[in-house]
Ligand binder design. Structure first.
Ligand code: AMP
Ligand code: MG
Length: 414
C-alpha cells in the first residue's frame, strides 16, 4: 500500500522500517556481564527483585522516633538509631529514640518527628508539632517490593537502571551478545582523516561519524576503511564483511551515477530488498541480504547515501531501529512534539522531509526554526541542530506560524 502523495516507486519511511524488522531476526546468543559493563546493553531476561528496597522501615529525617499517640506528653530518650547501626530494643509508652536519616525505625515507633519540631532538655523531649502516624517513615519495599519484576527482557540498561540494580544487590546480568557490524565507506574521492589534503578530494567524514554513533549501541565493529569505486574492490570488501558481520553498513555508491556499484554487488552476492525511500534527505538507501557467512548466519546490508547529512539521517531513522531490534531491544517510537514554525520552510510534496531544526520551548510556547542550510551535504547545520522538523510526504511549503512535528535528537544521533 502506498501513501496517496508519495512519489511512485519510493517506499514510505514507516513501511521501510516495517519491512526491515519483518526480515531481521534478533540475536539470540546471550552472555553474562558485570553491572559495570551492562550500560547500554539489552537485558536477555527479566529481572525480579531478590529483596525489598528499602529493606526495612527507616527514617526520612534526622529527628526522633516516637509513638504518635504519646506526642502530647514529654518523652524520655532511651537510645539512638544510626544508619547502619539500628537501635536494638523496643519503644514503650512515653519513650522516644534519637534517629538519623536512613536508620531503621525501632520496633514500637510509628512516626518520626523532625528535630526542628522538638525541644530537647537533656534526656527529655517535648514535641511542638504532633506527627501523623507513619510520618517521615520510608516503608520497607516502597521503592521496590521483593519478587516484583523490575525490568522486562528486552530493556536497554541505562545509568539509572544500573543504580537501581545495585540497590537490589545485583552485580551481573544476562544480556544479548553484541551485534557484529562491518563498516565501510566508498568513493574514489575519499581521503582518510590525517592524509595529506589534495585538491578534488574530500576527507571521509562518514566513517568517523558512524563509528561514533555506533558506539552508543551494543555493537562490535569491523572497520573495513575506504573502498574505491571499483566493482572488484567492493566485492572483496563485501565478502570480508559478510564473514564477520550480522549487518554491513556502507555509505556512498547507492545512487544511479556511473560509479555507483554498491547495489550491483549487493544484488550479485545476495539480494536487494528495497533501495528507494520516500524521504529527504536519504532517498537512495539500500537494504538487503548479503547472503550467509561460513557460520551459516544471515548477513544483512544497509547501504546509506554518501552525503554526510543523508548518512546521519538514514542511520538514525532506519539503521538505529534495525540495530536495536537486532540487539533484542523492545523499541517504541520516538516522541513527536508539536511546534510552531518560526519562519517559512521550503518543502516539495512527494517525500517525507527530515529538516534539521532548532527547537525552543519557552513559557509554554513550542517553537522551531530551521538550523540553517538544508542541503544534504551541509553537516554544519545538522551539528548545530537539536531536532528534526518532520514534514509528511504530501505536505508542501510551510508558512510561518503553521504547526509542524518535531522529533528531538536523542542519544543515538548526538
Ligand atoms: P554518493 O552517494 O557516493 O553518490 O556520494 C554523494 C556525495 O557524498 C558526494 O558528494 C560524495 O563525495 C559525498 N560523500 C560520499 N562518501 C562520503 C564520505 N564518506 N564522507 C564525506 N562525504 C562523502
Ligand atoms: Mg560515491
Amino acid at each position: 500500500m502506498m501513501d496517496a502523495c508519495v512519489q511512485p516507486g519510493l517506499l514510505p519511511v514507516h513501511e521501510a522500517i516495517v519491512r526491515m524488522l519483518g526480515e531481521l531476526a534478533p540475536i539470540t546468543a546471550t552472555e553474562i556481564v558485570s553491572l559495570y559493563e551492562s550500560l547500554d546493553r539489552v537485558l536477555a531476561e527479566a529481572i525480579v527483585a531478590p529483596i525489598n528496597v528499602p529493606g526495612g522501615d527507616n527514617s526520612a529525617m534526622d529527628g526522633y522516633a516516637v509513638r504518635h499517640q504519646d506526642c502530647g506528653e514529654t518523652l524520655t530518650l532511651i537510645g539512638e538509631s544510626f544508619a547502619g547501626h539500628p537501635f536494638k530494643g523496643e519503644l514503650l509508652a512515653g519513650q522516644a529514640v534519637r534517629i538519623m536519616t536512613g536508620a531503621l525505625v525501632p520496633a514500637g515507633a510509628d512516626a518520626v518527628v523532625m528535630q526542628e519540631n522538638v525541644t530537647r532538655q537533656e534526656q527529655c523531649i517535648a514535641i511542638n508539632q504532633v506527627p501523623d502516624p507513619g510520618e517521615n517513615i520510608r516503608r520497607a519495599g516502597e521503592d521496590i517490593a521483593q519478587h516484583a519484576q523490575v525490568f522486562a527482557s528486552g530493556q536497554r540498561v541505562s545509568a539509572l537502571d544500573i543504580g537501581l540494580l545495585s540497590s537490589l544487590g545485583i552485580t551481573q546480568v544476562r544480556v544479548t551478545q553484541r551485534v557484529k557490524i562491518a563498516l565501510l565507506t566508498t568513493g574514489d574521492e575519499l581521503l582518510a582523516p590525517g592524509a595529506h589534503y589534495e585538491s578534488g578530494k574530500i576527507y571521509d567524514s562518514n566513517r568517523p561519524l558512524l563509528r561514533a554513533l555506533l558506539s552508543r549501541l551494543p555493537v562490535e565493529i569491523l572497520d573495513l576503511g575506504i573502498v574505491p569505486d571499483n566493482p572488484a574492490a567492493l566485492r572483496t570488501a563485501f565478502l570480508r564483511a559478510r564473514e564477520f558481520a550480522d549487518l554491513v553498513v556502507s555509505t556512498g555508491g547507492v545512487s544511479v551515477g556511473d560509479a555507483d556499484y554498491t547495489k550491483d554487488i549487493l544484488a550479485e552476492l545476495g539480494e536487494i530488498n528495497f533501495w528507494k525511500i520516500a524521504m529527504k534527505p536519504g532517498k537512495p538507501f539500500a537494504f538487503g541480504l548479503l547472503g550467509k557467512n561460513a557460520r551459516a548466519g544471515a548477513c544483512w546490508f544497509c547501504g546509506l547515501p554518501g552525503n554526510p547529512v543523508s548518512t546521519a539521517v538514514t542511520y538514525h531513522q532506519l539503521v538505529v531501529p534495525a540495530l536495536r531490534f537486532l540487539a533484542g531491544e523492545t523499541v517504541s517510537d520516538l516522541p513527536v512534539i508539536s511546534a510552531i514554525a518560526a519562519h517559512p520552510l521550503k518543502k516539495q510534496p512527494g517525500r517525507m522531509d527530515f529538516q534539521r531544526g532548532i527547537f525552543t520551548g519557552v513559557n509554554g510556547i513550542n517553537s522551531v526554526a530551521s538550523a540553517g542550510l538544508q542541503s544534504s551535504g551541509v553537516l554544519s547545520s545538522m551539528s548545530n541542530a537539536n531536532c528534526y522538523i518532520r514534514l509528511a510526504a504530501e505536505r508542501g511549503h510551510v508558512a510561518a506560524g503553521e504547526t509542524v512535528d518535531v522529533i528531538l535528537f536523542d542519544q543515538f544521533i548526538r
